[in-house]
Structure formats: structure tokens, C-alpha cells
Design a protein around this ligand. Structure first.
Ligand SMILES: [Zn+2]
Ligand SMILES: [Zn+2]
Length: 258
């Protein structure tokens, strides 16, 4: 419900950006002849396939940026603050992150010269894949290992949502699994089992502080501000101590995400 609340706002913003943004940019590039694919005469299917692959590479790179640039991370925290993963996590993004993503995408469309049809197809594919790899469906290990040679599976992406920073800094891919392998950010399995792996962020675990309104404000909240309200929850017994979910078998020196 919280995720659907925040996605409702995203849908509105996405629609505005989408109509005047992605597809509009592609139409502009096509009519003005801007962008690489508008300068060459390659078969449509080759251009379409390459556009999908290149756009996915940009989404991978952008995801890495959202983890490395502090301002971007403040926005991306909203996605990582979910302590349980399901399909709705796939649409749990702060509108600010959606806006920045769209601007990056518009720039990419101009440079590559992606056709309007392929922009639409990429958006549909990306949304479908995001819902798939955030779902809690159980895929047999043998099938999962085979699938993840091409696409990001739920088991592969779940590792990215681990509370441990060393695990979160892996498996950035959203659609194709190749980029994590190519850029050495691939992690095959979590240090604990998928069943026992703690998800989310260390100090954002109090359900009362994770309503959709709080999530919208979360990037602008000072850490101390959140922790003081969170601390009260500890004292009143409505919140488990952070130590209770930090896995005992993991080195206590291991950095947890904040
Ligand atoms: Zn992330
Ligand atoms: Zn995710």
C-alpha cells in the first residue's frame, strides 16, 4: 500500500515526463535527424536491438551513480528502505529519482537517436522486468542460474537489497545481467541464505516512519532527526534493536548501509 501510494505519484509524474519527455525527445531526434541511428541506414531490427541494449547499459550506469553520488543516494534510499521485497518494490521510487532518470534517458535518446517505438518498448520491458526481479517468486536454482546468464532474476536482485553495504554494492542490473559480470559488480549468492538475509537500510526500519508521506520526505530528513524518533520507538518496544537483525555469522566489522 505504501509502495502503491508513492507509485501513484510516480505514475502522474511519469506520464507528464513520458509524454513530453522520452517519446517526445525521440520524435524530436527523428524529425531533426539528431542521434547516431538517425545518421546511419542500418536495418530497423539492428537499430532497435542495439537501442534496447544501450539504454539498459545506461540504466545500469545510472544505478551505480545513484549509489555513489550522495545527493542521488538520498533519493535512491527510498527504494532501498523496503524491508520486504515484492513486486510493489519495483515501483517504489522517489519522484525526484524518476525525474533525474528521465533527464538522463532523454539525453541518451538524443545521442543514440532511439526511435519513439523503441523508447515505448524499452519502458514497457523495464517496468515488466523491474516487477519480475523484485517479486518473491521462487525459481528453482538450476533454472535461476540459467536465466541469469541473460536477465536479472529475483534472487540476483535481492542481494542488491541486502542491509550489508558490501552486498548492496553488487548486482546493479535491472534488465540484462551482463553489465554486472562485465563491470565486476556481480555477486552470485548472499553471505547468508535468501531466507535469512536482512533487507533494507539499518536505520529506516520503523513502519511508523515508512509511510508514503515519510518516504517522500525521507531524502530531506536529517539522519539524526529520523534516529531520534526511531530511538523512541526502541524505548517503547515498538521496534527491534538493530543488532537483532544484523546477521550473527557475518563479520561485525562489515559495514551496514545507512
Ligand atoms: Zn540500488
Ligand atoms: Zn531494487
Amino acid at each position: 500500500m505504501i509502495n502503491l501510494g508513492i507509485s501513484g505519484i510516480n505514475v502522474l509524474i511519469l506520464r507528464m515526463f513520458f509524454l513530453s519527455g522520452g517519446v517526445g525527445t525521440a520524435i524530436f531526434a527523428e524529425t531533426t535527424g539528431w542521434g547516431f541511428f538517425n545518421l546511419v541506414m542500418w536495418p530497423t531490427w539492428v537499430e532497435g536491438l542495439m537501442a534496447l541494449i544501450l539504454l539498459d547499459l545506461v540504466v545500469y550506469g545510472q544505478h551505480v551513480l545513484f549509489h555513489t553520488i550522495p545527493l542521488f543516494w538520498c533519493l535512491h534510499k527510498v527504494h532501498h528502505s523496503d524491508t520486504e521485497l515484492d513486486v510493489t518494490t519495483g515501483v517504489r521510487f522517489h519522484p525526484g529519482e524518476m525525474g533525474i532518470s528521465m533527464l538522463i534517458k532523454m539525453g541518451t535518446i538524443i545521442v543514440i537517436g532511439v526511435s519513439p517505438g523503441m523508447v515505448l518498448m524499452f519502458e514497457l520491458l523495464l517496468n515488466a522486468t523491474a516487477m519480475f526481479n523484485h517479486s518473491n517468486v521462487r525459481i528453482p536454482l538450476s533454472l535461476d542460474q540459467w536465466l541469469r546468464w541473460i536477465v536479472v532474476t529475483p534472487d540476483m536482485h535481492r542481494i542488491h537489497h541486502s542491509v550489508l553495504a558490501e552486498e548492496t554494492n553488487h548486482n546493479y542490473g535491472f534488465h540484462l545481467s551482463w553489465w554486472d559480470r562485465a563491470f565486476r559488480t556481480y555477486q552470485r549468492q548472499p553471505s547468508l541464505s535468501h531466507e535469512h538475509m536482512p533487507l533494507g537500510l539499518e536505520q529506516f526500519r520503523d513502519p511508523a516512519q515508512l509511510t508514503w508521506l515519510h518516504l517522500l520526505a525521507l531524502p530531506f530528513m536529517k539522519e539524526a532527526e529520523y534516529q531520534s524518533t526511531n530511538h523512541e520507538a526502541f524505548n517503547t518496544g515498538t521496534h527491534a534493536s538493530p543488532q537483532s537483525y544484523v546477521p550473527k555469522t557475518v563479520n561485525p566489522e562489515v559495514k551496514v548501509l545507512t
